[in-house]
Design a protein around this ligand. Structure first.
Ligand SMILES: Cc1cc2nc3c(=O)[nH]c(=O)nc-3n(C[C@H](O)[C@H](O)[C@H](O)COP(=O)(O)OP(=O)(O)OC[C@H]3O[C@@H](n4cnc5c(N)ncnc54)[C@H](O)[C@@H]3O)c2cc1C
Length: 326
């Protein structure tokens, strides 16, 4: 592979966080493959975003076209294919966001490229790219090879690659005339419908105390909120807690909730269903309290206490307060 490309994802002309994670992955991959790293930016206005990207990428290919301002997979495919088809062997790295889930399959077909989605690891073995992704409802991790594919598209699970700004000198920005012709598009962007905004953003929290069905039917939520605050964190939950209206949906962690990547995740009365664990893959330290020693959460937790959370939570909070005082 001679080239590694990262597709920058933007919304309302703001780069989305997943773009930086994709750049982190692309940077590592380019190093391992001895390849060149370029970032592709498609937007109605590219100037500001291109400059930010150039601080982190040796080369930015920027296409300015109002039709690329809002997400439209059909338009993006039409723009990307002419840019990428003359590039020789390449890997295209993108975040596995909702938009990219719509884009990636059609783009891979149009590019005649191999595709691996929702990857949380990229490795190079004997000069060949391998991707790590989960299969069979998150039950196994698979190392995926691409045989002799000359073009590979990978999408990355959010929270899998951590980005640190580089101190390299700014890269070059190459403006490319829009490859979009006059042809009419079948897909039309109508408008964004913003998701309910919460008072907390669990996706960006460093410390999360997460509660599950084990807290009982009529729990005193103040107890858990207080523990979260004492730990300097935020309160999150598993899906049954949202279903019972004990916390709003934006507190839910998991595959149908929010994917989180805190430094510490404390799970209280959560069994560890794969739909829940799918949301905490990016967390380096998982601790759990559960009264069932065979609960699946203990298979993935680094620290665990088998016991009744109603007894343990107040003790834990007192201990933390005492440590903070001393
Ligand atoms: C399509 C789909 C999408 C889904 N998406 C999500 C998702 O995004 N997020 C999510 O969380 N779930 C999701 N689920 C639901 C998921 O399958 C599980 O049902 C759910 O995660 C279980 O939540 P829980 O661990 O809180 O409850 P349970 O599985 O009921 O576990 C409760 C745990 O509490 C322990 N416990 C009970 N009492 C105590 C006590 N006093 N002290 C200590 N421990 C105690 C029990 O031993 C048990 O392990 C989804 C399901 C489907 C089908």
């Amino acid at each position: 592979m001679k080239n590694v490309f990262v597709l920058a994802e933007q919304r309302n002309q703001q780069l989305r966080d997943i773009t930086w994670e994709a750049i982190a992955a692309g940077r590592k991959l380019a190093g391992d493959l001895g390849a060149e790293l370029s970032c592709i930016l498609l937007s109605g206005r590219v100037e500001d975003m291109a400059q930010k990207l150039a601080l982190e990428c040796p080369k930015v290919l920027a296409v300015e076209d109002p039709r690329l301002d809002t997400f439209n997979s059909e338009a993006i495919i039409r723009a990307l294919v002419p840019i990428l088809q003359d590039q020789g062997p390449f890997v295209l790295v993108m975040g596995n966001s909702n938009s990219i889930i719509d884009l990636a399959p059609g783009l891979s077909v149009a590019l005649e490229a191999a595709l691996a989605t929702d990857c949380f690891g990229l490795e190079v073995h004997d000069g060949k790219l391998m991707a790590i992704r989960q299969m069979y409802s998150y039950k196994v991790n698979a190392l995926v090879s691409f045989k002799d594919a000359q073009r590979v598209v990978v999408t990355l699970r959010g929270g899998s690659f951590s980005f640190t700004p580089s101190d390299q000198k700014s890269g070059i920005i190459e403006k490319i005339p829009s490859p979009l012709g006059e042809d009419s598009q079948r897909k039309r962007f109508l408008n964004y419908v913003e998701a309910e905004k919460g008072d907390v953003d669990i996706a960006s929290a460093d410390i999360i105390v997460s509660v599950g069905r084990g807290i009982g039917d009529e729990p005193d939520m103040e107890v858990f909120q207080s523990l979260a605050e004492t730990m300097g964190g935020v309160l999150a939950c598993s899906r049954p807690i949202v279903d019972k209206n004990l916390l709003p949906k934006y507190h839910q962690v998991g595959t149908s909730g929010v994917e989180v990547k805190p430094k510490v995740y404390l799970a209280l009365g959560i069994s560890g269903a794969f739909q829940h664990l799918g949301g905490i893959k990016g967390s380096p330290l998982l601790a759990a309290i559960n009264k069932d020693a065979r609960a699946p959460i203990f298979r993935v937790a680094q620290y665990g206490i088998v016991g009744d959370l109603n007894e343990l939570v107040p003790i834990l909070e007192e201990k933390i307060k005492a440590i903070k005082k001393s």
